[in-house]
Design a protein around this ligand. Sequence first.
Ligand SMILES: Nc1ncnc2c1ncn2[C@@H]1O[C@H](COP(=O)(O)OP(=O)(O)O)[C@@H](O)[C@H]1O
Ligand SMILES: [Mg+2]
Length: 301
Amino acid sequence: MKIAILSKGSANYTTRRLKEVAIARGHEVRVINYAKCYMTVERGNPVVYYKGERLTDIDAIIPRIGQTYTKYGSAVVRQFEMQGVYTTTSSIAIVRSRDKLRAYQLLAKAEVGVPKTVFARETADFDEVIEVAGGAPLIIKVARGTHGNGVVLAETRKAAKAVMQAFYVEGVSFLVQEFVEESAGSDIRALVVGGRVVASIKRQSLDDDFRSNTHQGGVGTAVKLTDEEEKTAVRAAKAMGLPICGVDMMRSARGPLVLEVNSSASLRTPETVTDRDVATKIIEYIERNAKGRRRKDRVGA
Ligand SMILES: Nc1ncnc2c1ncn2[C@@H]1O[C@H](COP(=O)(O)OP(=O)(O)O)[C@@H](O)[C@H]1O
Ligand SMILES: [Mg+2]
């Protein structure tokens, strides 16, 4: 098969691993910087260009779209979809996974446990929002944040109100969420491939930060999931229409609560701290699925 990895970093661990495994399994692979692609749209003839070349003979794409490139990157993916090219992640699934409010709505609808979340904008009465969310301490997060950068722990009502006001005057959409105190500073990432958890790690912040993101200094170790956690991860992946993804969960007194579902999860920590070969699972998944009929997105949002 001719496989294109849509990635801005050919030296990136995940991109390298996918490429090396695909080559070892006899595929032709290229890494394409989607940010440098351009596209022509006209009736019946969708073309993607890359460095002056028409990309017309690709069988499958693996999108690895960065958060700041969601809009353009998903348009490139869509253009390939229009050509009938198989993609491991549909453009619509990328877009909805990047919007935290939409993701929580879809997860809750699918009966997946999520932290209690309040979303408000213009007419927000902040005291009321704090009340509905269960009072301080509270988590306030930017609707389109990533790597833990837009997530704040407000320990008091006063602090919560001040943070909301700051976001509000800047016109930033945010969510207010119950603080899952039981496992503050740690979360679990389950990598799902084709309806199965193929690797799982626990990330723990080493200082007193409540955020466990690797980008905030969190450290990952292998962890065995409970049946309930495994089921939750699989159900969350399905709810988001993402056959290949990373599901982040917190262990709470009332069971696993999903924080987010990542459409281009890194393989680096999961592969280095567990003995799982996730890249091979992904390429095998493509081999099984790229040939058949394109699956319709059934999430409907
Ligand atoms: N409701 C919460 N209660 C406690 N900790 C949280 C909560 N939400 C997020 N966190 C912590 O903050 C980190 C980042 O939050 P997350 O929603 O995943 O945003 P991001 O997209 O920036 O990673 C999580 O990995 C977790 O450690
Ligand atoms: Mg996260």
